[in-house]
Ligand binder design. Structure first.
Ligand code: F0G
Length: 454
């Protein structure tokens, strides 16, 4: 059959509160044109993030009831640890309340002034946690990543030559090498096993541990199976195991490919590092057999990990994004290609070429998608990155809008509706106006800035 169906049926439903365009124009104006300020029950299709927003399965909900809330030594912890080690063969698995807590613990040990931590591209919270220790977070994406129209299959890859140069010239300052799978900041683009092996070889040659940010590891493995020569006959599970056996540790947000609503972990092979991390964990998160989580959360993650490597699930997951991407391209909406594993990114700077970057074309598009169709997306551009540490405002490298898809939540008719919303917005694109910021905080302004229409 050509139609790839959602490989699940629904047992519990969550009603969507329908609103009119007039309602939404008022609501978004009341929120000062900042979509983070909306109440989520005023949103029809919420594509703000794929993080913690997925639907759990019947098996996960029944595992929740099995959660044992003992302070120390809970069987829920051991089920969680075994489920992690089944896919990611690390010696020490340390639960945390979400991904950034794992990052904060890791870099409180490995970071510090004068150090530099390279990655294919750090996610914002990783960068933040590295910089908070005084260290430098360095992005070394492959050259193809900068070209939105290139259909290179592994735009998440590391620039191997640049990493080699860095380790040669400043090796003493590098405490570890990081790889983010998939590369979220770069559009949800995957990393090839070949690239990961090359990074491993360089790290080994220079005696550096390799740490994987594994948030979307299953989506990455699916792309490897689909796109990398010689990988087609392997199971996703097998590719996942090879991926992590190439590394010395990982940070994880279980809110993505853990298929859970909260949770994360730090996993390590090194005994001494794990001891230091557990000591830090006790200060900031909790005892090592629960981290910042309830026993029921650990159970939900354990069950989620068994489901996320299901290949029918991954086929459906990635196909949804491709379907939307194809239909947007047919409407001449410029998108980052190929579409990533968890999101479709719109190139708003190209789509709304009449709005200059400092009038925030990404924000203008995101507001229009909400007004026209109640769709909530996220600007990733000059609003997010434009304010410089010295106070100046400059255009970001790009102005994108991210449509991030929660896992197992929306159906094909939601996708068709989304495309219809885009058709209407694209038809009126020349009438869209830019915005100006009337109030902003000193840091992370995109969350709370207030805008007015130009
Ligand atoms: N690493 C990556 C690649 C991420 O995408 C995220 C979160 C984190 C780490 C941090 O994990 O949220 O559990 O603390 N990304 C979300 C997003 C917030 O919308 O992309 P966390």
């Amino acid at each position: 059959m050509k139609t790839i169906i959602e490989p699940f049926r629904m047992k519990v439903v969550e009603p969507i509160r329908l609103t009119t365009r007039a309602d939404r124009e008022r609501l978004v104006a009341d929120a000062h044109f900042n979509l983070f300020g909306l109440h989520s029950d005023d949103v029809l299709i919420d594509l703000l993030t794929d993080s913690g927003t997925g639907a759990m399965s019947a098996a996960q909900w029944s595992a929740v009831m099995r959660g044992d809330e003992s302070y120390a030594g809970s069987p829920s912890f051991y089920r969680f640890r075994d489920a992690v080690q089944d896919l990611m063969p690390f010696r020490h698995v340390i639960p945390t309340h979400q991904g950034r807590a794992a990052e904060a613990i890791l870099f409180s040990i490995l970071g510090g002034a004068g150090r530099v931590i390279p990655s294919n591209t750090h996610f914002d919270t990783t960068r933040g946690n590295i910089e908070a220790t005084g260290a430098e977070a360095l992005d070394l994406p492959c050259a193809e990543a900068a070209d939105f129209a290139s259909v290179f299959p592994f735009k998440g890859n590391m620039d191997i030559a640049a990493l080699d140069r860095l380790l040669g010239e400043r090796g003493a300052a590098v405490p570890c090498v990081m790889m983010t799978l998939t590369n979220n900041a770069g559009g949800g683009q995957p990393v090839s096993l070949g690239n990961l092996r090359a990074v491993r070889a360089l790290a080994t040659r220079h005696g550096k541990p390799l740490i994987i940010d594994g948030c979307r590891f299953a989506e990455n493995a699916w792309f490897v199976k689909q796109r990398e020569p010689g990988q087609q006959a392997r199971s996703v599970r097998d590719i996942v195991r090879e991926t992590f056996s190439l590394a010395d540790g990982m940070t994880m947000s279980a809110k993505k490919d853990g298929l859970a609503n909260i949770g994360g972990w730090l996993a390590l092979n090194d005994e001494e590092l794990a001891l230091a991390a557990r000591n830090r964990l006790i200060l900031t998160e909790g005892f090592p057999t629960y981290g910042g989580l309830a026993g029921r959360d650990l159970e939900a993650i354990a069950a989620g990990l068994a489901e996320v490597v299901d290949e029918e699930y991954l086929r459906y997951r990635v196909r949804c994004n491709e379907y939307i991407g194809e239909r947007l391209l047919a409407l001449d909406v410029p998108i980052v290609q190929p579409v990533g594993g968890h999101a479709v990114f719109i190139d708003a700077r190209t789509m709304l070429a009449h709005i200059p970057p400092l009038a925030y074309p990404g924000q203008a598009l995101a507001v229009a998608l909400y007004e026209v169709g109640g769709v909530r997306s996220c600007e990733i551009g000059t609003v997010m990155f434009g304010r410089q540490p010295d106070g100046r405002e400059l255009p970001a490298r790009f102005d994108l809008v991210r449509l991030a898809f929660p896992r197992r939540v929306y159906t094909q008719s939601h996708a068709d509706y989304l495309v219809e919303v885009f058709a209407e917005v694209a038809g009126a694109r020349t009438q869209l106006r830019g915005l100006r910021i009337v109030e902003e905080p000193r840091l992370m302004r995109h969350f709370t800035a207030r805008f007015a229409r130009l």
